[in-house]
Design a protein around this ligand. Structure first.
Ligand code: UD1
Ligand code: CA
Length: 455
């Protein structure tokens, strides 16, 4: 077992057990299901991030054998391995040693149900701590299609009496539309005693966590159900579910960006990463994709069809349309990156313009410099990457090839079409193209010769 003991942090009265041992067969993937990303981050990391709002003193993630990669992803949280998947009750029982001396509130969550909100988790803890002290608080929902979810049986007094799995339910129970999300808040002092008493005498031959409700009731304890929206409780079992979860996540990120003062011209076509940060009065045109690690200042314009990742953009810069900013692109104040420009590991200082059809990689473009259309920094020689340094106010003519390593001084000019392979001093002018030749009437003579040859 890879379980490790750690000093408690946060709220010592809350522990969480996250179930993630299921194989996720229907994903048809070599990647454990809970590591599939939503908005650029593994589902389980979204869940752990939401959980952090409760500051649980302990978090135990239950994984299956061969899922070391999940263990690494959730570190520094503890993992326990459930060797065989004998059901959700058996899975929670794997946390027994990690929670041996714990008597607070135990939250149970599923790693493949990552859209739950912090508000809902707070609501569950509050209900657990209410005066009637329910032994188990279950989060229910009313999905459009109740399908094969477990059903919550609520008594006349409004208390939760039992959870019945679909396969074990009769027609009357199947007609109940209040379903079990799987998320629970449980009295930690009672949990493992209840788990000791569940059996696997059911349609699937599994140890059902859900059975602890009827058991706690038979001990005379109160149990309770609270409800959340279906969109929070979407479980990911297939690639199609993953796409649905991504849609929910994107809608939240879009709503947040707009609430924080960005204009999205067509929100449905703006794709965010979980960590995208936009300043105020940013305008994002249609069909813009933010990969991980993008930080945008105030009053920036990002025009349609731009793709950005790992980039930093300062106030009032203009990007696109059709720009590609790759990791390490650092665009200065009021600088411009225009159409069909790719930038990677490139610092573009304030007011510089790189407006058309250009690749800048491993480069610095000084303040106010102007980079002509079609300029390429030739940063790679097939073995190593080299840098191009362009000084402030330099002017690079169109279609220049700057063969790195090379330094172009402040205020230098490079003639269009030049191949620059040695440094250009400040205020120098470099031009490498062949001199132009004019043959008077040459075009007419060429046409006559070609026509004659054709007959
Ligand atoms: C479970 C609930 C059902 C509920 C549904 C909501 C039980 C018995 N049933 O059913 O009432 O409506 O979730 O989605 O709890 N897992 C383990 N180890 C195991 C078994 C499961 O870690 O041995 C994990 C899975 O990875 C998954 C979660 O527990 O994240 C739920 O397991 P799953 O088999 O999908 O439960 P359901 O049959 O869908
Ligand atoms: Ca499931």
């Amino acid at each position: 077992m890879s379980e490790t003991q750690r000093p408690e942090r946060g709220d010592a009265g809350i522990a969480a057990v996250v179930l993630a041992a299921g194989k996720g067969t229907r994903m048809k993937s070599d990647l454990p299901k809970v590591l599939h990303p939503l908005a650029g981050r593994a589902m389980i990391d979204h869940l752990l991030d939401t959980l952090a709002a409760l500051s649980p003193g302990r978090v135990v993630v239950v994984i299956g054998p061969g899922m070391e990669s999940v263990g690494e992803a959730v570190a520094p949280h503890a993992c326990v391995i459930q060797d065989l998947q004998h059901g959700t009750g058996h899975a929670v029982a794997q946390a027994r040693a990690a929670l041996a001396d714990f008597a607070g509130d135990v939250m149970v969550l599923y790693g493949d149900t990552p859209l739950i909100t912090a508000d809902t988790l707070h609501g569950m803890v509050a209900r657990r701590r209410a005066a009637d002290s329910p032994a188990v608080v279950v989060l229910g929902f009313r999905p459009a299609d109740a399908g094969e979810y477990g059903r919550l049986v609520v008594g006349d007094s409004g208390g939760l009496e039992a959870i019945v799995e679909y396969r074990d339910a009769d027609a009357a129970v199947r007609a109940i539309d209040l379903c079990n999300s799987g998320v629970m808040a449980i009295d930690g002092a009672a949990l493992f005693g209840l788990l000791d008493r569940i059996d696997n005498a059911n349609a699937r031959g599994e140890y059902y966590l859900t059975d602890i409700v009827a058991m706690a009731r038979s001990d005379g304890r109160v149990c309770a159900a609270i409800e959340a929206a279906e969109s929070e409780l979407l479980g990911v079992n297939s690639r199609s579910d993953l796409a649905q979860a991504e849609a929910v996540m994107q809608d939240r990120l879009r709503a947040r960006a707009m609430a924080e003062g960005a204009t999205l011209i067509d929100p449905a076509t703006t794709w965010f990463s979980f960590d995208t940060r936009l300043g105020r009065d940013v305008t994002v045109g249609p069909n813009v994709v933010f990969g991980p690690g993008v930080i945008v200042g105030d009053e920036v314009q990002i025009r349609p069809f731009s793709h950005l990742e790992g980039a930093r953009i300062a106030d009032r810069a203009q990007i696109g349309p059709f720009a590609r900013l790759r990791p390490g692109a650092d665009v200065g104040e009021a600088a411009r990156i225009g159409n069909f420009v790719e930038a990677k590991a490139a610092i573009v200082e304030a007011g510089a313009k790189v407006n058309h059809l250009t690749y800048i990689g491993d480069a610095r473009i000084g303040a106010g410099a102007n980079i002509g259309a079609g300029t390429i920094t030739c940063n790679y020689d097939g073995f190593s990457k080299h840098t191009t340094d362009i000084g402030a106010g330099a002017f690079i003519g169109s279609n220049a090839a700057l063969v790195a390593p090379v330094v172009i001084g402040d205020g230098a000019v490079v003639g269009a079409g030049s191949v620059i392979s040695s440094d250009v001093p400040g205020d120098g002018l470099a031009i490498t193209r062949a001199p132009q030749k004019i043959l008077d009437d040459g075009a007419a003579r060429l046409r006559r010769r070609l026509a004659a040859a054709k007959g």
